[in-house]
Design a binder for this molecule. Structure first.
Ligand SMILES: [Fe+2]
Length: 283
């Protein structure tokens, strides 16, 4: 058992090193059920307070390197209009975005978050909760385990993720707002369900759920199939979130356009690996 991991995850409460232990079997059972029903599951107080402080400190130490993106985007994280589509097509609905990332390639070698992301134990646990194997750590060098920053008045509009599965760990909660909202499983491979997506963008709240996330909770989320957003951060405290991600394809990375718009730069790997997605979904 790895000593450092004991100081990050509450392994007494959640002994993920033994997936057959009765405690962890119960946790996995609940996660599976939540994920099937709501495409999202939360495990309370998974990360220890001391480790959250370390994550907070490493982010604040590099806060000047955060790339803030204020480009308006559509739900497919694209900023380019497609005039050939109908005027009210979801791909032509752009919303204000004001939020930033500390890109994964900037993390220091001994970073707490980077260390956690590289743990096979965590990957195996998440895979069991999702009931999907194998899953892989994301090959995208900028996005794989980035910190997300939303400053006061920051907002993240409705969108789908490029990666299939995301973990969210809230590191610092804003005073008000910054609430995660989502529409479970609104699209699936081969079916974009544009009509329903359009309704949500136009303010229909029928399928919208809100998640109460507290610092230290671990959220497991199927972000590629679930339309989601974060409401405006109110008050003077920023919202900090770690978002390590897992994927079904160990080779794929973000598209160059997506990487430029969200992470502020494009690396050769984004051009080299820019081919059409096999699930037929837009991003
Ligand atoms: Fe997202």
């Amino acid at each position: 058992m790895n000593n450092r991991l004991e100081n990050i995850i509450d392994l007494k409460k959640y002994p993920i090193q033994d997936l057959n232990s009765p405690i962890i079997k119960e946790v996995i059972k609940k996660c599976k059920s939540d994920l099937n029903q709501f495409s999202c599951s939360t495990i309370p107080n998974f990360i220890l307070p001391k480790s959250l402080k370390i994550m907070n400190a490493e982010l604040e130490k590099q806060i000047h390197q955060v790339y803030m993106s204020k480009e308006s985007i559509n739900p497919y994280l694209n900023s380019k209009d497609e005039p050939s589509l109908e005027k009210d097509h979801p791909k032509r609905i752009f919303s204000r975005r004001d939020n930033g990332y500390l890109n994964s390639d900037l993390f220091e070698k001994d970073s707490e978050m980077k260390f956690l992301y590289e743990q096979e134990l965590l990957l195996k646990f998440v895979s069991a909760c999702l009931e999907i194997a194998p899953i892989y750590r994301w090959a995208d060098p900028l996005a794989c385990h980035a910190y997300n920053i939303m400053r006061p008045n920051g907002i993240l509009p409705w969108h789908f993720d490029s990666c299939e599965f995301t973990l969210s760990i809230l590191i610092q909660k804003p005073k008000k707002g910054g609430i995660f909202e989502y529409c479970p499983n609104i699209r699936k491979p081969g079916n974009e369900n544009f009509e329903e997506v359009k309704k949500v963008l136009n303010g229909n709240r029928k399928c919208v759920r809100q998640l109460k996330l507290e610092p230290g909770d671990l959220q497991i989320f199927k972000g590629r199939f679930t339309l989601h957003r974060v409401t405006k951060v109110e008050g003077n405290r920023s919202r900090y979130l770690a978002i390590p991600a897992y994927v079904l394809d160990p080779w794929r990375v973000n598209t160059p356009e997506h990487s430029r718009a969200i992470y502020g730069k494009v690396l050769p790997i984004h051009h080299e690996r820019n081919i059409k997605r096999s699930d037929g979904l837009s991003d």
